[in-house]
Ligand binder design. Structure first.
Ligand SMILES: *[C@@H]1O[C@H](CO)[C@@H](O)[C@H](O)[C@H]1NC(C)=O
Ligand SMILES: *[C@@H]1O[C@H](CO)[C@@H](O)[C@H](O)[C@H]1NC(C)=O
Ligand SMILES: *[C@@H]1O[C@H](CO)[C@@H](O)[C@H](O)[C@H]1NC(C)=O
Ligand SMILES: *[C@@H]1O[C@H](CO)[C@@H](O)[C@H](O)[C@H]1NC(C)=O
Ligand SMILES: *[C@@H]1O[C@H](CO)[C@@H](O)[C@H](O)[C@H]1NC(C)=O
Ligand SMILES: *[C@@H]1O[C@H](CO)[C@@H](O)[C@H](O)[C@H]1NC(C)=O
Ligand SMILES: *[C@@H]1O[C@H](CO)[C@@H](O)[C@H](O)[C@H]1NC(C)=O
Ligand SMILES: *[C@@H]1O[C@H](CO)[C@@H](O)[C@H](O)[C@H]1NC(C)=O
Ligand SMILES: *[C@@H]1O[C@H](CO)[C@@H](O)[C@H](O)[C@H]1NC(C)=O
Ligand SMILES: *[C@@H]1O[C@H](CO)[C@@H](O)[C@H](O)[C@H]1NC(C)=O
Ligand SMILES: *[C@@H]1O[C@H](CO)[C@@H](O)[C@H](O)[C@H]1NC(C)=O
Ligand SMILES: *[C@@H]1O[C@H](CO)[C@@H](O)[C@H](O)[C@H]1NC(C)=O
Length: 650
């Protein structure tokens, strides 16, 4: 033990000396005693291997939560005088104390580089801004280090942003008699490193089906190494050339360390090879032709980049993923406008987004510029919307040819992995995004225009911070049902709906329904789901959703099909599926989904049905009658925010 700490101490000592001399060489700030900070943080003392009892980590009077906020307080002090030292000190602290593996410590605290994600620059920026002794510190230490409890959500209110709700605003407009079709796709998650024959059932080394992943567990007995080497197994290096499917060469190379070699069109633990994305897009245009569907436009609710560990994701691969998928969408959908949002993966470093008022927004300009350019070049956005993309973190508002307004928001502004949300964390609108949203809603309400809101992450997931989740609900309440005709998300990869009830949400009655969100299924099979997409039948007059039609294919049936293209199938219609007696003239509004939720609550049969759609009938769909996996589904679909969900399930 002693020698272990001594060895560690030696290397720390060398590191500190190196820093001091380099600081002297580059002539930066005069006397600076980094040792003091380093020792205070690290709880060890290089000249005394039995430790330093004054260090934060050794202070027995502090709880783990207090240690975390103290570290932030110290970090803030360092960040203000020597910001360059923060990434170095924290990477060392994290490694030496074993908070994480060396590589994860480097990824988390080192400076941003284009080769490999590092959050050190963002962490330092946020330390400079945040108040560690307030909610900022509590939230950070809950969400980032899981050592504080979640503080009670403070009273926040943005009703000053809007005029009073008038009696007519409590009534939804009545649909007309015509509909048009709108495509909804989400969560492509292209895997640029997808490797046919790579490990499709890995447990380490990032996401499966990549060259760096591997399986730690021993193979189950009965494993037959010759099983896969037959031409019926789909290990063909296939692709789409000029839009047409070209079956490539059979590429099976036996590798004794691989248990479940990755097939052409994907695996249940993997993100999407590009051939799957192109196939999915082709299935859309095939159905369009087959059924003469004529989509008027499409919405895309985010996530282009894969789920690999941050260490395997670079700035270049992030940009490439964004460019490839938008290019593929444009190529296939041609003149159909796509109204996109960016997801939590569509940033570099992952999940980060800085407020304009923080002074660091310029770190993400590349993304705003790239999206503004691409989306307008493809003819999806006009010049004014493209300008908003640049000034609203890729968010924008646009009125479609049909007269519907679509408001697109970047949900990283509310996302717990975004370090910048821990600055001014009780200020309701540091991103100015609520102001943007509300101004657009007020303007639409004034001219009786209806609005759809699209974003990536729904507030029902634990990733959305409680304050914005509450405020967003308040906005929805204020502008429903008169103005808001639809709310659409992706992110969960599951086909779900999410009902908002009035008041504090505990009285889930038909009278209390306010609105609901459509959370759509993903194209990526990750995790354990079949690739899928949908389109909506939209009332031409009110833009209310009359039905959704859902399509999928069984990924497991592409494993041993001689490498042929998948067979897409019609999955279900939301109006027909749940056996609800619902007038054909009424939209599938929150009242409709309330009835579906009631059925799920009352019956395992309907709960199972919901779960089957959630997973698109994948082999991994939970069995609601023999497991407890479905027991919280009702709370999930009736809570709208994670805070309400936690109340509901407790
Ligand atoms: C480290 O230990 C030495 C010897 O006990 C002590 O003099 C010194 O103050 C300690 N340094 C810090 C930063 O605690
Ligand atoms: C090392 O630190 C411990 C605890 O502070 C102290 O009891 C001990 O005397 C120190 N040893 C030396 C050699 O300074
Ligand atoms: C301080 O913490 C380190 C690491 O946990 C430990 O090895 C050391 O004994 C502690 N020192 C004191 C004085 O408690
Ligand atoms: C940080 O600096 C402030 C102001 O100088 C000081 O009060 C506080 O004790 C310092 N915090 C730490 C942990 O060093
Ligand atoms: C991965 O392998 C295990 C056996 O070790 C199996 O139970 C599991 O279903 C496999 N997962 C997938 C997605 O194939
Ligand atoms: C292994 O799989 C191959 C190909 O499917 C089959 O011909 C062979 O009989 C299997 N061997 C055993 C021991 O099951
Ligand atoms: C797969 O085919 C592409 C061309 O379609 C080629 O560039 C690539 O090298 C092939 N991959 C392998 C592993 O042979
Ligand atoms: C697969 O089978 C072919 C033909 O039977 C054989 O030539 C080849 O060596 C086998 N490859 C592996 C990796 O087993
Ligand atoms: C954020 O907090 C700072 C103080 O740290 C304050 O001056 C500023 O006005 C706040 N900005 C916003 C946008 O809330
Ligand atoms: C919600 O409001 C009802 C009254 O409408 C009240 O009885 C209940 O305690 C509240 N629940 C929570 C969790 O605030
Ligand atoms: C569900 O059960 C409740 C109470 O048992 C009943 O009032 C309600 O009508 C049922 N709802 C449906 C949709 O069957
Ligand atoms: C694929 O999975 C489904 C659902 O578990 C199952 O019904 C079907 O038989 C499977 N197909 C193949 C070819 O394994």
């Amino acid at each position: 033990m002693k020698s272990y700490w001594f060895l560690r101490a030696l290397s720390l000592c060398a590191f500190v000396i190196a820093k001091v001399s380099s600081a002297a060489v580059d002539g930066s700030d005069a006397p600076f005693p980094p040792e003091t900070y380093v020792f205070s943080l690290w709880n060890i003392n290089s000249t005394n291997s039995s430790g330093n009892d004054k260090a934060i980590g050794n202070d027995t009077s502090l709880s783990d939560c207090q240690k975390c906020t103290e570290r932030l307080s110290l970090g803030k002090n360092i960040s203000l005088s020597r910001p360059d030292l923060v990434p170095i000190i924290w990477t060392k602290w994290c490694t030496v104390t074993g908070v994480d593996t060396a590589i994860d410590c480097e990824v988390t605290y080192s400076r941003n580089t284009v080769q490999r994600t590092g959050y050190g620059t963002d962490f330092t920026n946020v330390l400079q801004l945040m108040d560690p002794s307030s909610y900022d510190g509590q939230y950070y230490c809950y969400y980032q280090e899981d050592v504080c409890s979640l503080p009670a959500t403070p009273e926040v209110d943005i009703s000053y942003m809007w005029p009073q709700k008038q009696p007519k605003h409590y009534i939804a407009p009545t649909p007309g008699s015509e509909t048009f079709n709108v495509l909804h796709v989400s969560d492509f998650h292209i895997e640029l490193d997808y490797t046919i024959g790579g490990e499709g059932n890995c447990s380490s080394g990032g996401i499966c089906c990549t060259p760096h992943c591997y399986r730690e567990k021993p193979f189950p007995s009965g494993y037959n190494e010759t099983y896969y080497n037959t031409s019926t197994q789909s290990f063909y290096n296939s692709s789409y050339v000029n839009g047409e499917f070209v079956k490539g060469d059979f590429e099976y190379y036996y590798n004794s360390s691989i248990y479940q070699p990755a097939h052409t069109f994907g695996e249940y633990e993997c993100d999407a090879p590009e051939v799957l994305i192109n196939n999915s897009l082709k299935s859309i245009t095939d159905y369009q032709k087959l059924k003469n569907l004529n989509f008027q436009f499409a919405i895309f609710t985010g996530d282009l980049v894969d789920h690999d560990e941050d260490q395997y994701i670079s700035f270049e691969s992030t940009v490439l993923s964004e460019e490839y998928i938008y290019r593929d969408l444009k190529y296939r959908l041609q003149n159909i406008s796509v109204f996109p949002v960016l997801g939590n993966h569509d940033s570099y470093p992952y999940g980060q987004l800085a407020q304009n008022s923080s002074g660091h927004s310029n770190l993400y300009n590349w993304n705003y510029d790239l999206m503004a350019e691409m989306w307008s070049d493809f003819g999806w956005l006009d010049a004014s919307a493209a300008q908003q993309v640049r000034s609203h973190y890729t968010g924008y508002a646009i009125t479609t040819q049909q007269g519907l307004k679509i408001i697109s928001l970047n949900s990283n502004s509310w996302y717990d992995a975004n370090l910048y949300t821990f600055w001014n964390s009780t200020e309701p609108d540091t991103f100015g995004q609520f102001e943007f949203l509300v101004d657009e809603l007020v303007a639409s309400e004034a001219i009786d225009q209806r609005v759809w809101i699209i974003a990536h992450i729904p507030p029902i997931v634990s990733d959305i911070l409680p304050i914005p989740a509450k405020l967003f609900s308040d906005v929805i309440k204020r502008f429903s049902p008169y103005t808001i005709a639809g709310i659409f998300y992706g992110h969960t990869h599951e086909d779900q709906f999410s009902i908002l009830y009035a008041g504090n949400g505990t009285e889930k009655t038909a009278e209390n329904v306010v609105n609901h969100a459509w959370i759509t299924q993903a194209v990526t099979p990750q995790v354990q789901k079949n690739p899928s997409w949908r389109y909506y039948e939209v009332d031409s007059k009110t833009f209310s959703i009359m039905d959704s039609q859902n399509f999928y294919f069984k990924l497991n049936e592409t494993f041993d099909n001689s490498g042929n293209e998948p067979t897409w199938e019609f999955e279900y219609s939301a109006r027909d599926a749940f056996d609800i007696d619902w007038p054909s003239t009424s939209p599938l509004n929150a009242s409709y989904w309330h009835l579906v939720a009631e059925k799920m609550k009352n019956s395992t049969y309907y709960n199972q049905m919901y779960t089957n759609y959630e997973y698109r009938f994948s082999p991994y769909t939970p069995d609601c009658s023999s497991t407890t996996d479905c027991k919280d589904n009702w709370c999930y679909v009736t809570s709208f925010t994670y805070e309400r969900y936690a109340n509901c399930t407790s």
